[in-house]
Design a protein around this ligand. Sequence first.
Ligand code: AMP
Length: 277
Amino acid sequence: MPILRNTDSLRNWRQQQRGSLALVPTMGHLHAGHLALLRLAQARAEQVLVSIYVNPLQFGPGEDFASYPRTLESDLQQLAERGCTTVFVPSDEDLYPRGAAEQTQVVPPERLSNILCGAQRPGHFTGVATIVLKLLHLAQPDILVLGEKDYQQYRIVGQMLDDLNLPVQLLCGPTQRDGDGLARSSRNSRLTSEQRILAPRLATELRQLCQLPVGSLVQAPARDARERLQAAGFAVDYLELRNSESLEPVSEIRPGARWLAAARLGDVRLIDNMVIP
Ligand code: AMP
């Protein structure tokens, strides 16, 4: 499995490739969610490029950039065992040679990026859009594979592809969960054993909210769910029903609308979302 460690080697590799290519961007510490995206990519393209890069541009001051889990050797082993064709592992100096602060950035529309996670993490989606656009220019894939778990990211990147006329097909892989419902996340490994027991309650609340009768008002049940989570020990950043396309607030239960939530246990921030069937 070729491991490309800088942008020059990626460009050289790309020039020699024929056939369709799918890109799966990750920040590493791979889990079943990432590996499901790899399988989806392998089913849809002849070649798969997985990138592993903890992008400093999408972390704010005081966020978990320094403590984000980095397990490159075991990541590479897992990818090789699953037949991944190529991995891109760039360095900060290579991707941001002038430093992150001097980097030209892609600013997604405020309507999508200043809400939900963007309200708590100013600049986060600018960092995400910027790294994804750089990866697309470098790798020139036919297909980009993202996970539904980061739904706001999926919508913002989808709109960027449209708005900037990028000839890339976007695929969304369903959220992979542990047996108790907790959405897989690299950050889960930072939960204490007590927090890990509590963590699936976030998914449980979303699942229950998805079962409310169509047409019922969402304000009271959403408030009750937030209060139950707070009482259990979560600090809830948001728990809201939104339109799956526009991400605008939705006030009554409708099929296709989506519950989205972010909540912290200690300093670990969990996000999750579920669509009303
Ligand atoms: P990350 O490494 O957390 O930046 O995630 C890399 C990609 O994997 C993103 O497209 C995520 O949406 C996706 N992803 C993360 N967790 C999951 C999950 N539990 N199920 C499916 N996809 C996921």
